[in-house]
Ligand binder design. Sequence first.
Ligand code: MN
Length: 713
Amino acid sequence: MMEDHVQSLIELVETNENKHEAARIRNAAVFAEHAHQNQKRKSGEAYISHPVEVAKILLSYGLDDETIIASLLHDTVEDTPVTLDQVRELFGEEVAELVDGVTKLGKISYSSKEEQQIENLRKMLLAMAKDIRVIMIKLADRLHNMRTLEWQTPEKRREKALETLEVYAPLAHRLGIQNLKSELEDISLKYLDPIGYNEIVADLELFHENNERFHRIRSMITDKLKVENIDATVESRIKHIYSIYRKMFTQNKDFNEIYDLYAFRIIVNKTTECYNVLGLMHDLFTAIPGRLKDYIATPKPNMYQSLHTTVSFEGYLFEIQIRTYEMHRIAEMGIAAHWKYKSGLSGQDPLDQRLEWVRRLLEVQDGLSDADDFMKTFKIDLFADQVFVSTPKGDIITLHADSTVIDFAYAIHSQVGNKMIGAKINGRIVELTSKMQNGDVVEIITSEASNGPSRDWLKIVRTNEAKAKIRQWFKKEKKEENIQNGREDLERELRRNLINLNNISRDELLAPIYKRYALSGFDDLCAAIGYGGVSLSKILPKIKDDYSKIIKQQQAVQRPHPPGGIKKNPGGVEVDDIDNCLVRLAGCCVPVPGDEIVGFITRGYGVSVHKADCPNIKNSDPARLVRVHWEGNDTEYFTTSLYLIALNRIDLFADISAVLANMHIMTHSLTMNPQSDGCVKVFLTIEVHGLSHLEVIAKKLRKIRDVLQVERV
Ligand code: MN
């Protein structure tokens, strides 16, 4: 009894047309039987029945000894005390790798999600199984579990059936293992829609009672082609249950309305023969109007070409496809494309091209005697340039193979990346430079208190997406910094130039600057100044110019025709303490240049200039009198004293002297008093025209390096 399972396998191995090392396989089966000896399947059978059945499935698909042995051991490492090292020691590295691969695949969690996530999951399975044989074992394992699904709870049945339909059947399809795919689909359907499944089974049974007709039709076709001397291959098939179901469901049809339950395919050498054969078939059977599809003249988007016609014979409808060998090759290559076409996806997937040779290998392997050598080539890295990892919730993220956890964070969302402070791979804290393996579960730790990405990250990340997002962050963050700095610089310079923005509209003053530098507004200007894109020294003269124009316009509006004929600085009079103020010569005494003059601050008309001895001035409020002088009058000087405080240095004296000399200032004295704190207090006695002149001098002195303060004594 104990030997039954193992023995039945060995008998199959020994009678298999491929050469197998029966002794090694027997060792593995006995080893597995021993490891699982205390376990039972839900059916009550000894656990060994499962790996043995999986091995039998793989044997029937012509797989090699290593795969058969690994399939016998596939549940030992996961479910028994057997370790991978033991497997490696007893059965070699290759078997150990296959077992390890299957064990890892078993840990990938599945939860039904949108189409893209399921597609990602399929790809992750393929990627994790660098050796395609791992997927083959996984599919055989799944097939046997599906065959024995009745022993599971109803919830488990539905869950496994859905997973099989969404993940494993498409994988089998991609690998071109059509029988396995069909059986997986049919069993899944049985548990997902038992009523629909049973109806189709009953309909098919009835249909098979007329199976004799199917063979008769086939003979009619081959005979006709022979008579007409056409060299052709005829293929025939009956649809499997799930594909009938899907057709009924998606096209809302009754079983009897399914035309292609039978399908015959005629493959010929030349395109012209296709149309020739079509005519012959329409002679032989009754063509159904409107059911002829000429995909030769109008290929499908995936390059598929064929003639499809539906005909009837004794009241039964069936489809005949006619194509050349070349069209057939393209159609077979495009199996995956066909699948995608049905899934509503389009475009050429390089993966399908890479899998194509796997499909071809599976097709031709029947004719090979030495399975071992052949199977070595099944090692393949389908996604050498990609890595598939998942979030703790099971969302699968595809990244460039060298990606770090930072790339992962930015792939989820830029906000996740920007707030990232750490990461875990498979629950363990890792460094930010850590790279990921296929199937890793990656968790990003974020904090609201994060200061954002570091510039170093730009050197660490591998994906352009992460790089772009980090750069974007810096540009945006820096913009705020730039605005702040630029604004401070601009405002300081405006104050220094006595431009008072309280008097006029800021944007009116700066509009010409915005326009010239193509800036959107004040913040943009500040950002540009902060960034260095616009130089303050270049725009200030223009701003000063515009400012005085605007002020002038405002005054002109206020007093279009002021009495006494106000002009700016009439006769060249300057008011000592007030810049840019209105000045007019008084009509009463009419001073002329050279006269001793005095200014009187009027209410609303600026300063009126009188002769110093004008009687109108004598009784006026002294607080409203200001000192004025004739502009350009070099003949009158005042002697005044000021002091400056500076950091002392050897050539400070020289710098001060140079400024005074350049401005043609007569200097009476210059005394330097060093202070205890390293500063020096410099007393100056100089000749000036007036206060405004003094202020100009003071400004120049303030600009000398290391000068901290300039004041009148
Ligand atoms: Mn298993």
